[in-house]
Design a protein around this ligand. Structure first.
Ligand SMILES: Nc1nc2c(ncn2[C@@H]2O[C@H](COP(=O)(O)OP(=O)(O)OP(=O)(O)O)[C@@H](O)[C@H]2O)c(=O)[nH]1
Ligand SMILES: [Mg+2]
Length: 447
């Protein structure tokens, strides 16, 4: 997420740290660079201007230059202002005191509404709600079908009927929800290529009649300022209650995320970070800023790990990682856990300093790969598993034969294992000296 933005900001701060004594003109220069970095990330021009002005005022005003750690102070100011830009506090979903709560998802075509309906339903269900999905897209014949597929894949109930009006479908679904005890109705609406009056009228009527608890604008983060512009128009006619930014796992530059709150004055409530139904996260401004500043998102990482690994195992693993006594056996068991946590690349992106780990050939784990890896590791002797360096050419041939794989595959696994060990070493170096739940803040070291 936002790798390029992270890299560029790291460069700016690195340069700043390089000056023996920080002068006003150094800060000016850094701010000029940050301005360019933000504009390149497609952040709204006005938002950038205000942001830079605020950071400048604080950097020159708060006796930053006289402090012992001027660069740290500047980084801290940038961090605080970025958090502000993203809305400050986390903003939770609102539920109605009278069931069912109605969550209406609106947005342009292809922004991710239908997928997000499934993700949101799954997220709600994990939190003891019982959601019902419904699509009001009566224009496109396949739309209802698509939501049915999503519901089936994510294990959720879906309401559909042949009514020709979005309003009727919606009313009927609410009736069913009341009768059958669903406490949330997630309404997937029709999208259009562009904002147009017809769509806005349809949505306005729906909103007026069904009185949804939330009207959430689903925005494709990859479309940058276009997403921001359409959010503004939707907000003007529908008075949104929040925003869900999707496709942040792609190569979105950050512009939509960093502008949309300022432009609409509406909070981002969730982010979509992948195509799986589990890839929806509540939006924590502070955590995202940590990621943007290359400090990693250790809290999200811990939450993900806790959901997949039990506490004792996690502690044992942490010890091993710290001592770098990580063996192929641990690797095997970790791959199994990681399979549960999500794609490895996504997990690694949460690590502090993860931009420095790019280009590594890491296994992206799926069931079939896991089985092969397991077979390979099972064909090793215990001695080999505890010390991979003894696995020479003839041992590799034997292992390949024993596991029904090829020498190339054995080589690849050993290479990935070696890289994981190297990565662990690097991460240890980055977070050296901090114990317990470490909040690794690379910028705050020295200066
Ligand atoms: N990588 C990634 N893909 C996503 C995400 N959210 C949605 N998608 C993909 O985006 C595409 C469009 O998603 P839909 O949910 O069909 O979008 P929609 O808004 O319902 O589209 P219409 O109904 O045509 O208006 C699908 O291929 C989804 O898999 C996300 O967070 N990450
Ligand atoms: Mg759809």
């Amino acid at each position: 997420m936002f790798e390029r933005l992270t890299e560029r900001l790291e460069q700016v701060f690195k340069r700043l740290r390089g000056y023996g004594k920080l002068k006003e003109h150094h800060i000016d220069e850094a701010l000029r660079q940050i301005r360019v970095v933000l504009l390149e990330a497609d952040v709204n021009f006005k938002v950038v201007k205000e942001f830079i002005a605020k950071v400048k005022e604080k950097s020159l005003g708060e006796r930053v230059l006289e402090s012992f750690t001027p660069t740290q102070q500047v980084v801290k100011i940038v961090r605080d202002e970025l958090i502000e830009l993203l809305g400050g506090e986390k903003s939770d979903l609102i539920f109605s005191s009278k069931a069912p709560s109605i969550l209406m998802l609106v947005g342009l075509q292809g922004s991710g509404k239908t997928t997000t309906a499934g993700k949101l339903g799954k997220w709600l269900r994990k939190r003891n709600h019982s959601p019902l999905l419904v699509s009001t897209d009566v224009h496109r014949p396949a739309a209802q079908e698509q939501l049915k597929v999503v519901a089936e894949e994510s294990g959720l109930p879906v309401f559909s009927d042949n009514s020709s009006s979005p309003l009727k479908v919606c009313f009927n679904s609410v009736k069913i929800a009341k009768r059958e005890g669903y406490d949330v109705v997630v309404v997937d609406t029709a999208g259009r290529m562009h904002v147009n009056k017809e769509l806005m009228d349809e949505l306005s009527i729906l909103k007026k009649e069904i009185q949804p608890t939330e009207v959430l604008f689903v925005a494709d983060a990859m479309t940058g300022q276009d997403a921001v512009r359409s959010a503004k128009v939707f907000n003007e006619s529908l008075d949104l209650t929040g925003i869900i930014l999707t496709k942040l796992d792609g190569d979105a530059r950050g512009g939509a995320a960093l502008s949309i709150k300022s432009v609409t004055e509406k909070p981002i409530k969730f982010i979509g970070v992948g195509e799986r139904y589990d890839d929806l996260e509540p939006f924590y401004p502070e955590r995202i800023v940590s990621r943007i500043l290359g400090m990693g998102d250790v809290l999200s990482l811990i939450e993900k790990a806790e959901a997949a690994i039990d506490r004792k195992e996690a502690q044992e693993l942490e010890e091993k990682i710290r001592n770098e006594s990580f063996t192929l056996e641990d690797f095997q068991s970790q791959l199994r856990h990681i399979g549960k946590m999500g794609p490895l690349s996504q997990i690694l992106s949460l690590f502090p300093g993860s931009t420095k780990l790019k280009g590594m050939d890491l296994p992206d784990v799926n069931e079939a790969d896991l089985k092969r890896i397991e077979a390979i590791i099972n064909s090793m002797t215990r001695e080999e598993r505890l010390n991979h360096t003894i696995i020479n050419g003839s041992r590799r041939k034997r292992i390949a034969r024993g596991s029904g794989t090829s020498v190339q595959e054995v080589n690849r696994l050993l290479r990935q294992f070696a890289q994981t060990k190297r990565m662990i070493k690097q991460l240890n170096l980055i977070s050296q000296g901090r114990r317990g739940i470490k909040l690794p803040l690379p910028f705050f070291n020295g200066n």
